[in-house]
Design a protein around this ligand. Sequence first.
Ligand code: SAM
Length: 266
Amino acid sequence: MLKKYRCVITTSNNPSREAVLQAKTLSQSLGIPYLNRRHVGEKLRNGLIEFFYVVDNNLQLSILVGGQRLFFHPGIAKIRMENFKRDGRDYLLEALKPESNDVVYDATFGLGMDAIFIAYFVSKVVGTEVSEHIYNVVSYGLKHYVAKKDWINSAIQKIELYNDDMRTFVSRQGNKSFDIVYCDPMFENPKYESSALNPLRPLASYDTVDDQLISEFVRIARKRVVIKTLEKDSLLDRLKTPFNRIIKSPKSGLVFACIELADKGC
Ligand SMILES: C[S@@+](CC[C@H](N)C(=O)[O-])C[C@H]1O[C@@H](n2cnc3c(N)ncnc32)[C@H](O)[C@@H]1O
């Protein structure tokens, strides 16, 4: 069960008229109270709110939580693409083996860093993110962000994101609805240093994956199911599900555990 937070929507200091208008519009559509920025510090100090949304003068939306700023930025996908073009390899791509007509389900969307990169290689990515606040910031970013790189803009166009729990979402999907199902739950032993996910942690759900959920993933997938974890985490030890392909990054300790459905031979 996700915690219900107390929060407000505000602007940066010295806001433009457009920023105030956008913050008030979002307040209405998201059902989160608007508060003049002058009063936000006091509410925080008195414990009346736990964090706040900010619409800045560039009309970007972020959340200030626990001294960190949670915002949508496809920068990591850009670096991924540069590394892939330079090195010719990427562990996520080796696990997913995406093809241009594939429709991929990304069960744990987060900031969409993986999804944007994947979307470049496929026809569509459908994502679910259960945290309402992460969803609000990321879906706003997907709608409004204009990247300098065209490939990022067209990848974003291929993404469909829902504020939903993956368990509920999969239960409503028919057999073989997606080519590939990808799930990247929060790690048990995350690397805090330099992780782009740090601002997401206070608001994220720490729901994990069990055999029953994986059997649902298998039911809705045509080609493969891929679960991402860390070598030092216990997720794979806890699961009885047999994985028939494991890809490990020795440098980062990342593990992609794959269930091959169409091509059992690899
Ligand atoms: C490790 S992050 C995913 C990062 C993502 N792959 C990216 O590239 O940005 C895990 C995300 O899954 C979300 N999550 C956890 N349990 C979920 C559930 N049951 N349904 C949907 N999303 C969930 C968390 O709130 C968090 O945002």
